[in-house]
Design a protein around this ligand. Structure first.
Ligand code: B16
Ligand code: MG
Length: 225
């Protein structure tokens, strides 16, 4: 049985990933008179703010000065934070409250492994801070997703080895990060590339504790064969 659950935030706990993309989309329109396609939304999911901006500038084939780069980051975050003003427990994705309660009933420890520097504020607004035993700080890890660092840090914050944990993600970069960390990866989302997860689900409402427990046990046994 796993002892820890390492949660991504945007797109797993709350419906905030579209707010990130909306902020980037508005930036692209205002500054570069351009539209960002859905493929860019996918490429920026789970990816840090500055890495996301690099993805967008590459797509637009635009070079900007360092000061402009920082200005764009700052403004994007202000815009994003404005959109969080109304955030409340109503924004928790379907099934997540029950899933978290089930994990806690089974004495599973919970850690946040989000790339977002706004993670602690968002958990607070969702009234979920108390449910989490630890929050891994993305500013303190050497590399962002798809590197495994944030999941390794989250497991460590729970005093666990990653292999004793499940990680839950909606982003391809995030699933790669969990797989590299040595934790058991659970994906939520319809993108076929998420099938590289140990256990993929289409939506958060399908996250079932018993299904995950059974699949994790098989995975553990196979690792030692
Ligand atoms: P911030 P996650 C990620 O959160 C988002 O998916 C990604 O779109 C965003 O760029 C990143 O956080 C950084 O967020 O600008 O708030 O620091 O999915 O890892 O929970
Ligand atoms: Mg995410």
């Amino acid at each position: 049985m796993f002892k820890g659950a390492l949660f991504d935030l945007d797109g797993v706990i709350a419906d905030t990933s579209n707010l990130h993309f909306k902020a980037w989309q508005d930036h692209a329109r205002n500054y570069f008179a351009a539209e960002l396609p859905p493929s860019i939304e996918e490429q920026t999911k789970g990816v840090s703010r500055s890495d996301s901006l690099n993805v967008i500038l590459n797509y637009l084939d635009v070079a900007v000065s360092d000061s402009m780069f920082h200005q764009l980051l700052l403004e994007k975050n202000e815009h994003y934070k404005d959109s969080l003003k109304q955030l409340s427990p109503k924004n928790i994705l379907p099934g997540i409250t029950t899933f978290i309660a089930e994990l806690r009933q089974h004495h599973v420890k919970l850690a946040l492994a989000s790339a977002s520097l706004n993670g602690p504020v968002i958990l607070e607004k969702l009234a979920l801070s108390e449910a989490f035993d630890a929050i891994a700080d993305p500013s303190k890890v050497p590399c962002g997703k798809p590197a495994p660092d944030i999941f390794i840090a989250a497991a460590k914050a729970l005093d666990l080895h990653p292999s004793e944990c499940i990680g839950i993600e909606d982003a391809i970069a995030g699933i790669t990060a969990i797989n590299e960390s040595g934790a058991f990866s659970v994906a939520v989302g319809a993108n076929p590339e998420l099938k590289t997860a140990d256990l993929p689900f289409l939506t958060t409402s399908e996250l079932k504790f018993e299904t995950i427990r059974t699949s994790y046990s098989l995975w553990q046994k196979e690792r030692f064969l």
